[in-house]
Design a protein around this ligand. Structure first.
Ligand SMILES: [Cu+2]
Length: 414
């Protein structure tokens, strides 16, 4: 196979060596595969016809609040029933805040300043930075692991070679900070992801599609710890200067995921920090109801999740973008706008979800509906032209999931 190489101006980076400079000059020339030296110098399998899109993303350990505020966000009233199971912190229950690891975007390679999300994008919550590209581009991620555990960035859909796969499953691959399959704490790795046609929209897709990225050193533990984000790829020639797809007025991204905090890297630390104890509750008190849970039973017939009432049950957090019980910041659009929804799911075997919009309908694969089905790691795109102003529920239609908090609101303005 012929291999193309684009020669670029390499910038020197403080700790990480070379990096593709965003505004580097590019020149294409064919090159035999065997002669192609290292992927780290910017060789690509496909010709680069578009832009080099550079992102500075770190894995940061932060406390995450699954239910911001002190009241039920849907009703404005105090927590009742099953909400208490998830909200109350005591000696045998962690509460609504957990230490997690999430992807966050920085302004440059010094990783000093966070790139702030504007208010209208606060709803993205626990999702990592939205990585955007058009077919023909190259995505370059400078990834810094600020956490205390080896992490990575593994993308779906885009084209990568082994060092940029970001998944640890072959010990022969391990070359510490040279390969991106397991980036050590404090280290930086530069991922290069190509965006050929096969990473872009297919014949039945609209002009942009969504892919997941997530850490894949120990995939289940990494994603339950919080390391997941979206990639949006638009078709060749269909991207606005800000990276969003042409013909779309508003985009929304929603990850339907039950985070299993029992499987997080931070479960023991969370027990220590928030329950104030050093023993391992997960082993000894799996299903013992706590006084707060018993109180909930008395208050409501719905005061139990299908997983039970115990310590472990309360560590399954039923969320959209990491928010439960309507606590997600409002998603706002206008009547008549062309709205694109990117739907994602990830996680263990109970992550089968059915996102449902009240008030308006969508087009999905050419079908009209207001519910779609997602399996773990499924990625879907739906288009909506809202015609019905108001504040509407947006929730998982699996009863157990909805009752355990998998709901949010969206607003259509006149
Ligand atoms: Cu669900």
């Amino acid at each position: 196979m012929k291999k193309f190489i684009f020669t670029i101006t390499l910038s020197l980076f403080s700790m990480a060596g070379s990096l593709l400079a965003q505004n580097a000059s590019m020149e294409h020339m064919a090159m035999d595969h065997k002669k192609a030296p290292s992927k780290k110098t910017g060789n690509t399998v496909y010709p680069v016809t578009g832009k080099i899109r550079t992102y500075y993303i770190a894995a940061d350990e932060i406390p995450w609040d699954y239910m911001p505020g002190d009241t039920d966000a849907m009703t404005g009233k105090p927590y009742t029933g099953v909400e208490k199971l998830f909200a109350i912190r005591d000696s045998v229950r962690i509460g609504k805040v957990y230490l997690k690891a999430i992807y966050r975007e920085y302004t440059d390679s010094t990783f000093t300043y966070l790139k702030q999300r504007p208010p209208e994008l606060q709803y993205l919550g626990i999702l990592g930075p939205v990585i955007r590209a058009e077919v023909g581009d190259v995505i370059h991620i400078m990834f810094k692991n600020n956490a205390h555990i080896p992490y990575s960035m593994h993308p779906h859909g885009v084209l990568y070679e082994k060092p940029s796969e970001g998944a640890l499953y072959n010990k022969d691959d391990v070359n510490k900070n040279v390969d991106g399959n397991s980036v050590m704490p404090g280290s930086i790795f530069n991922y290069v992801w190509e965006v050929p046609e096969r990473a872009g929209p297919g014949p039945n897709d609209p002009n942009s599609i969504v892919w997941l990225y997530h850490s894949h050193v120990n995939e289940p533990k990494d994603v339950n710890s919080g390391l997941v984000g979206p990639i949006i790829i638009s078709a060749r020639g269909t991207t606005k200067p800000d990276g969003t797809p042409k013909g779309v007025d508003k985009e929304f991204i929603a990850l339907f995921m039950i985070f299993d905090e029992n499987s997080s890297w931070y479960i023991d630390q969370n027990i220590r920090s928030y329950c104030g104890r050093n023993d391992s509750l997960i082993k000894v008190k799996l299903d013992v109801p706590t006084p707060s849970a018993i109180l909930s039973i008395l208050e409501s017939v719905h005061a139990s999740t299908f997983l039970g009432l115990g310590f472990a049950a309360a560590n399954f957090r039923f969320t959209i973008n990491g928010y439960s019980f309507g606590s997600m910041p409002m998603m706002t659009m206008r009547k008549g706008e062309k709205v694109r929804w990117y739907l994602l799911s990830l996680g263990n075997g109970i992550n089968f979800h059915t996102p449902h919009w009240h008030g308006n309908t969508i087009l999905y694969n050419g079908n009209r509906t207001d519910v779609i089905a997602l399996s773990p790691a499924q990625m879907a795109v739906a288009d909506m032209i809202p015609d019905n102003p108001g504040m509407w529920m947006f929730h998982c239609h699996v009863d157990d999931h909805m009752e355990a908090g998998m709901m949010a609101m969206y607003q259509v303005l006149e």
